[in-house]
Design a protein around this ligand. Structure first.
Ligand code: GNR
Ligand code: NI
Length: 174
């Protein structure tokens, strides 16, 4: 297992659409083990493979509380098959948009279908933080970031801030 570097805004790879996993094999499981270690190290409650520059439809999550035992989840080719009319507002952050937080409105409950670590089909119904996190992660697989769900003014401000920081780093590196 190893911790992999997390790519950040404005890296254009974050805007790519990820390809489905054809078969869940040892390579997929090794990728998920690296993702889980990277996520716990960050620390975060979810991580999509695209965030470590692997353009595959693979997600790991753990929304257990800090005083609870770890509860890792592995989602391959996840899809939302139902979402509630009722919405929920939750403050979101993203390991690929460090130190930036905004409230996002999303469906309060969703049902998701995915393949587990063994390639077996699963379906779960989620609410609360788990529902928010699943939607945030599935967005990543489609090149969508949580800032795409906030006002255009706030989004453009955030993008500009990260573009400036990247330009400054590039300049310092020259
Ligand atoms: O660690 C994370 N916390 C979080 C908080 C609210 C809504 C979504 C998230 S996911 C985020 C980790 C991440 O960037 N996953 O893609
Ligand atoms: Ni994220």
């Amino acid at each position: 297992m190893s911790i992999r570097p997390i790519i950040c805004l404005p890296d254009p790879r974050l805007r790519q659409v990820c390809a489905p996993v054809g078969s869940v094999d040892d390579e997929t499981r090794a990728l998920m083990d690296d993702m889980l270690e990277t996520m716990y190290d960050a620390p975060g409650i979810g991580l999509a493979a695209i965030q470590i520059a692997v353009l595959r439809r693979v997600v790991v999550m753990d929304v257990s509380g800090k005083d609870d035992p770890p509860a890792p989840m592995f989602l391959i080719n996840p899809e939302i098959v139902w979402s509630s009319e009722e919405t929920n507002v939750h403050e979101e952050g993203c390991l690929s948009i460090p130190d930036y937080y905004e409230e996002v409105t999303r469906p309060a409950r969703v049902r998701a279908r995915f393949l587990d670590r063994n390639g077996a089909p699963q379906e779960i119904e989620a609410d609360g933080l788990l529902a928010t996190c699943i939607q945030h992660e599935i967005d990543h697989l489609n090149g969508v970031l949580f800032i795409d769900h906030i006002s255009r003014l706030k989004r453009e401000r955030a993008i500009k801030k990260f573009a400036k920081a990247a330009a400054k780093r590039a300049e310092e590196g020259m």
